[in-house]
Design a protein around this ligand. Structure first.
Ligand code: SF4
Length: 352
């Protein structure tokens, strides 16, 4: 069968919802100049299951990120090497954390992302802060999103006791990435165990999948999607982020077509699950292309899109409604009323 017949056949299977994992894998291998026919299918699936709207998240000061390790991280991952920690507020003791959160609540804060660097075992040392979070959750409505990394039973138990709202967990089923990018001496089994543990405590896990982490190329992202599907997780939301290449020769920027292939396949596999394009992604010259193609591929949430992207989306899909929230893009639906962005903030964001 020639290439174009093969593509037609696979797209037909996507459309009829009878594609196999092998079909998805083959589709990823094909080189495309554009994905418009694929996007017609992913848009159809999205509109069958969601309102014609895009939820836009602008965390800003109302949902800041806190690093409980300051700029320190023991892993020195190839793509990060601590650079993302520098953009977070460093808070390294419980008293300061409590004071910060009480003030944050008084000043109209919506919540926080509690994050930090990892220890050499791949965990974020969050356990010692969870008693403070527990107190704060009793006294305020602040929404807590935690990066835990790999974790043990004690931490999982404490996360549920502290009523942490969201666990943002990087799902990665690629042993080469674990070894060569994360510099972690861990196995795929360790990731599977961590997710099982979180699931056994009924925590709200929001899987984050990083596209192109393997030097900017697609490599086993589909394994992560398959794992999420078969693990019994049933997440209400999956967040996609994409590699921002570090300044090293062997890395490149993942293409918008590669990113939207993975997002679109996920839309077909998880028709009723919300999908977000999260905060870590290339923002410079490929920004609008990535954002627009991700929209066409079926996201219904996005963190901080450019105003130009929103204008383009409106032009192509004039019926679309935009809804704005001052929060992380993993905000649970039940808390949306706490995080609505007011009109003047929206205008400022859109530079209207
Ligand atoms: S991807 Fe979304 S949920 Fe995850 S840290 Fe970024 S804004 Fe928050």
């Amino acid at each position: 069968m020639n290439k174009s017949n093969e593509i037609n056949e696979i797209l037909e299977k996507f459309n009829a919802n009878r594609a196999s994992w092998e079909d998805f894998s083959k589709f990823i291998e094909f080189d495309f100049d554009n994905l418009e026919r694929f996007f017609e299918i992913t848009q159809k699936v999205k509109l069958e299951n969601f309102n014609n709207e895009l939820k836009i998240y602008v965390p800003g000061e109302r949902f800041p990120a806190i690093s409980i390790t300051g700029n320190e991280c023991e892993l020195h991952c190839e793509h990060c090497d601590g650079k993302y920690l520098k953009g977070m507020i460093s808070i390294r003791d419980n008293k300061k954390l409590e004071k910060f959160l009480i003030n944050h609540n008084k000043n109209g804060g919506v919540g926080i992302l509690i994050s930090g660097g990892c220890l050499s075992d791949g965990s974020v040392p969050i356990f010692n802060y969870l008693e403070t979070i527990k107190k704060i959750k009793k006294r305020t409505n602040l929404i807590i999103n935690a990066h835990t990394g790999l974790l043990n039973k004690e931490t999982a138990k404490k996360l549920i006791e502290a009523k942490v709202d969201i666990i943002s967990f990087d799902v990665n089923l690629d042993s080469e990435i674990i070894r060569n990018i994360y510099h972690l001496k861990k196995e795929l089994e360790d990731y599977k165990k961590a997710i099982d543990l979180l699931r056994s405590y009924n925590l709200n896990i929001v899987p984050h999948v990083c596209i192109g982490l393997y030097y900017g190329n697609l490599h086993k992202e589909l394994d992560s999607i398959k794992f999420i599907k078969e693990s019994g997780l049933h997440p209400s939301l999956i967040v996609f982020i994409a590699l921002i290449p570090p300044n090293k020769n062997e890395f490149k920027t993942p293409t918008s077509l590669d990113i939207s292939k993975i997002i679109g396949i996920t839309r077909i596999i998880f028709p009723k699950t919300e999908i977000s394009l999260g905060c870590m992604r290339p923002r410079k010259k490929f920004r609008e292309q990535i954002e627009l193609n991700s929209f066409k591929a079926g996201i219904n949430r996005i963190e901080m899109p450019s105003a130009k992207t929103l204008q383009k989306i409106k032009k192509i899909y004039p019926e679309i409604k935009f809804k704005y929230f001052s929060a992380c893009c993993a905000l649970p639906i039940k808390h949306e009323s706490l995080a609505k962005t007011n009109k003047s903030e929206i205008k400022r964001y859109m530079r209207i």
